[in-house]
Design a protein around this ligand. Sequence first.
Ligand SMILES: [Zn+2]
Ligand SMILES: [Zn+2]
Length: 336
Amino acid sequence: MVSYADAQRLFLQAVFSRGIMSGKVANLLWEKCMNAVAAADDSIEFPRVRGKEEWGTFLVQVNRSIDSLDLEFRQFHDESSGKEMYALVNRKSDKIAQMATDYTPTEIMYFKALIEQIMLAPHESFCVSSLAALREVSIIKPKSNMSKAQAEVVLGSFVAKGWLLKTKQGRYCLSTRTLLELQGYLKNAYPDEFLECTICTEVLTRGVACHTKNCRTRMHTHCFIAYRRRRNLCPTCSTDWPRAPTDKPLLPVGEAAVRHGDDGKRRVRMRDVEDSEEDEFIDGEETPGPRSQYTREINKGKARTNYNMDIDKEDEEEPKSSATSTQAANYRSSRM
Ligand SMILES: [Zn+2]
Ligand SMILES: [Zn+2]
């Protein structure tokens, strides 16, 4: 005997196996699940019309059934394309700990170091070069024996599993998966860097910023385009805006904001200059360590346009040897 609830169950199974999907695929799955259950017993009453309203009702029911698991099947928009997407999201902010099923503590430490570099990237560029990403291995060194070669493999895995995105220019940035699933972590650890779109209020790591000094307006490119069709003034400071999101004097957010010379510097690291106590940095805590807080204090009150990176070490020395062969062997065995 089948029932209407079976359609939800079928749908959830498909969702669990996919994680993230486009709105189109989600709708198709819904349709197929309904048809499959209807085919099994044609005495069941199903909504005849399958439009937006019925879809909405179905989503409410699906979410009700997974609510006790702290899961949510949530709608969002792809940051670059603005395309409607759906994902199964864990509402608990300690999601990063759940990466432990796939990664060793060292690898998670490395991932967090990368997230930090991406979140603190100058001029709201929210990305790191591959060289800078590998450089982080030497920073977590005292507590790890990961070599650069190993780090390269791990980086590839972060990209393959959808935690990081590698751009055409070879830079690493946060993926949709990370932005969705680790949103709680990002918000807690980087409250000053975490940006939300003025229009859709979803998280923003690429798009446009108003050029007025200290104006907090940030928009996804697709949100800007839709808004600009109706109005030509910034919704916050009412300054006149050019037509296209890439037109000057609007400022880019994301990879387009990278400036010449950014790559040679680590992200605001005054502590490293003052002393070399890196233990606090790698304490592996979920909450930001003293260094991060200090970093934010430095950042506060600084307009993005005159971001001063003088305090950074330029062209940091390459670490001498990455790991001895014994260390590499240890590292490998620790992964078994
Ligand atoms: Zn938006
Ligand atoms: Zn403005």
